[in-house]
Design a protein. Structure first.
Length: 278
């Protein structure tokens, strides 16, 4: 056992220690990033499938790290959640996204755009969240109905009464709630009864296979019909090809987003798309 212990020490400890140190370094970097405002938002258009018009955008965070360049959310959101830093970061996202979209709407003719913001479970645990959302909307001058808060199913697994209470509080402000990555959780249908949801976002994994796999197509079209029956909006995520669009639009999916229409864009790029004459 002693020998095994020694071998383990030699083989595994340097790697473990490196990983640990990298984690600590990243955490320190992330704390600095919050203070120095190193975050940026991208805006991905959400399109009405029957008409091709943009109805809104999803705000997606990026970390513009001084040495590493653009860091995708998957590489720092989990750490931000673990350390609680997601609370100030998430508040920045809410404020930035709502004020940017309010500015665009002030210049636009036609129906106002909505903005979708992703929420973490940690944010939903904060009693102050309702206040934060309300004050972000007021300061931005964005009507509540133009804000969509996206919640993942894993977040809704939480059965504590506080979760339902918080979601009802958000609904009472007039904002809309979306279930993100719909269909990937274990009891998606139960959430539709329990929580005051307005929008279903059909997970990309269904959309990926909607053309080639009859099962994926049947499930996708079933979700769309379920949404319609419950008077919910349906948004298909990750549309990359015309064939997927044909299948989804043919099945009466209301909206979609994906690289086929547009990648997540910088505010400058989205500005150019909305106001070509600038
Ligand atoms: P999500 O909310 O499911 O966002 C959709 C992801 O799919 C985004 O990745 C988007 O860039 C990507 N995507 C969109 N269309 C396509 C497509 O046609 N093909 C492919 N392959 N991908 C597409 P992104 O921006 O890397 O974000 C990843 C995840 O990070 C998000 O997944 C969301 O869960 C989380 N996230 C992003 N921004 C925030 C934020 O501000 N707060 C929190 N809490 N989470 C965020
Ligand atoms: Ca989302
Ligand atoms: Ca999603
Ligand atoms: Ca996702």
């Amino acid at each position: 056992a002693k020998k095994l212990g020694k071998d383990r020490y030699e083989v595994f400890e340097p790697t473990m220690q490196e990983a640990f140190q990298a984690h600590i370094a990243l955490e320190a970097d992330l704390r600095r990033a919050v203070v120095r405002h190193e975050f940026e938002l991208r805006y991905q258009p959400i399109v009405r499938l029957q008409t091709n018009e943009i109805t809104g955008v999803e705000a997606l965070i990026r970390w513009n790290h001084p040495e590493r360049g653009i860091v995708p959310p998957m590489d720092f959101i989990p750490l931000a959640e673990e350390t609680g830093m997601i609370v100030p970061i998430g508040e920045w996202v809410l404020r930035e996204a709502t004020s940017r979209v309010a500015e665009w709407n002030a210049r636009r003719s036609g129906p106002p755009l909505s903005v979708s913001v992703n929420l973490s479970a940690v944010q939903l645990e904060q009693a102050a969240l309702i206040q934060t959302v309300e004050s972000a909307l007021t300061d931005a001058g964005l009507p509540p109905a133009q804000l969509v808060l996206e919640l993942t199913e894993s977040l809704l697994v939480d059965h504590r009464p506080a979760t339902l209470h918080r979601l009802n509080g958000l609904k009472a402000l007039g904002v809309r709630l979306a279930i993100d990555d719909f269909g990937t959780g274990y009891s998606s249908l139960a959430y539709l009864r329990r929580f005051p949801v307005d929008i279903i976002k059909i997970d990309k994994s269904f959309v990926d296979d909607v053309v080639d796999e009859p099962t994926a197509a049947a499930l996708t079209h079933g979700i769309i019909q379920l949404g319609r029956a419950l008077q919910l909006s349906t948004v298909a995520e990750g549309i990359e090809h015309a064939g997927q669009l044909t299948s989804l639009a043919g099945g009466n999916c209301e909206m979609g987003q994906g690289y086929y229409f547009a990648e997540p864009l910088t505010d400058t790029a989205l500005n150019g798309l909305l106001f070509p004459s600038d």
